[in-house]
Design a protein around this ligand. Structure first.
Ligand SMILES: [Fe+2]
Ligand SMILES: [Fe+2]
Length: 295
C-alpha cells in the first residue's frame, strides 16, 4: 500500500530552512497503482434517485475537460518559477495527479456512455462553459481562476470524507473514484493558490475578480442534469429540480456544509495551512482508498 506521505518536507513549513511559498508540508503522492472496475455501475448508481445520479455523473464527465483546462492554465507559468524548488515540485506533482484523475474519470465516462448517458453532449456543454469562463484572460488571470476552482474542490473534499450519508448511497466503485479524487484534491489543495501568490502576491481584488469568474463552474451542475435526463427521454419537472436542490442544500446538504469552506477564500487573509489533524485525516482517507482496492 502506498503511503500518503513519502516524507515530511519541513523546509516548506514556517521556520523551515528553505524560503518557499509552498504551504504543503509533505511531498505530494502521485498514485498510479489504483485499480478500477466500473463494469457493474448502473444508470442509477446513487440510491437517492436518478436525478442525483445525473448530478454526480456530471461531475464524472466534467473531470477530463476541467483537468485539461487546469493543466493548460498551470503549465505556462511553471518554468518561470525560479528559486523555489519546493513550490515547483508541488506544481509538477499536482499536474501529475490531475493527469491520473482525468484517466480514471475517462474510464467511468466510457461505462456511463455504454449504459446510455449522453456523455458527448455533456462534454461539449462543459467545454462551452469553460470557454466562456476564460474569455480574454491572461495566463496569470487563469491561475487565479484555477486557484479559486481548486479551492472549491478542496471545500467539497473536506466535506465528502465524513459525508457517510452521501457515500453510502453511491455504487461502491463510483464512491471510490470520488474518494480517490477528493483525497488528492485535499493533498494539493494549497498548490495552485501558492503558485498564484508567487506571481500575484496578495492581490486581493484580483483574487476576488477571478473567483467571481470561476462561479460558472457551478452552473454546470444543473446544466448536465438536464442533458442527461433529455438523453434518457425525460423532461424534468419543477418537483424534480426541487428534489435535487433539497439533496444539495438540505439533506445530505453538501453544498450547505461546504459553503463555510468556500467563503474562507473570500477573506483578505485567506491561507490554507495543514494542521496535524489534517495530516492524520489524509492518512485515514488513504487507508480507506486502499482498503477498497482489495474488494
Ligand atoms: Fe483533480
Ligand atoms: Fe485539483
Amino acid at each position: 500500500m502506498a503511503k500518503v506521505r513519502e516524507e515530511m518536507v519541513n523546509d516548506a513549513a514556517p521556520g523551515g530552512s528553505v524560503e518557499t511559498l509552498s504551504q504543503t508540508p509533505f511531498k505530494i503522492n502521485v498514485r498510479k497503482d489504483i485499480v478500477w472496475d466500473f463494469s457493474q455501475v448502473p444508470v442509477q448508481f446513487d440510491s437517492t434517485d436518478k436525478i442525483v445520479s445525473y448530478m454526480w455523473a456530471g461531475l464524472v464527465v466534467a473531470g477530463p475537460p476541467v483537468e485539461r483546462f487546469f493543466i493548460k492554465a498551470l503549465k505556462p507559468t511553471l518554468d518561470t518559477i525560479k528559486g523555489d524548488p519546493k513550490l515547483k515540485q508541488d506544481v509538477e506533482d499536482m499536474i501529475a495527479q490531475e493527469v491520473q484523475h482525468s484517466a480514471a474519470h475517462i474510464k467511468l465516462t466510457k461505462q456511463l456512455e455504454a449504459i446510455g448517458y449522453d456523455c458527448k453532449k455533456a462534454t461539449a456543454y462543459i467545454e462551452d462553459v469553460l470557454k466562456d469562463l476564460t474569455l480574454g484572460l491572461s495566463p496569470v488571470d487563469m491561475l487565479g481562476v484555477v486557484a479559486a476552482g481548486e479551492h472549491s474542490l478542496y471545500a467539497i473534499a473536506s466535506v465528502f470524507i465524513d459525508a457517510k450519508e452521501v457515500r453510502e448511497r453511491m455504487h461502491p466503485q463510483v464512491e471510490r473514484l470520488f474518494l480517490y479524487h477528493f483525497l488528492e484534491e485535499a493533498e494539493h489543495g494549497a498548490v495552485s493558490h501558492d503558485q498564484y501568490r508567487y506571481f500575484m502576491g496578495n492581490s486581493y481584488w484580483h483574487r476576488i475578480r477571478m473567483a467571481y469568474r470561476a462561479r460558472h463552474v457551478f452552473r454546470m451542475l444543473t446544466g448536465v442534469v438536464d442533458i442527461f435526463a433529455a438523453g434518457f427521454g425525460q423532461k424534468l419537472t419543477a418537483a424534480d429540480h426541487m428534489r435535487l436542490w433539497h439533496y444539495q442544500w438540505v439533506y445530505p446538504g453538501m453544498m450547505r456544509k461546504m459553503s463555510g469552506r468556500l467563503a474562507e477564500y473570500l477573506s483578505p487573509t485567506y491561507k490554507l495551512t495543514f494542521k496535524h489533524e489534517d495530516l492524520d485525516l489524509l492518512d485515514r482517507w488513504n487507508a480507506e482508498l486502499y482498503a477498497g482496492q482489495a474488494k
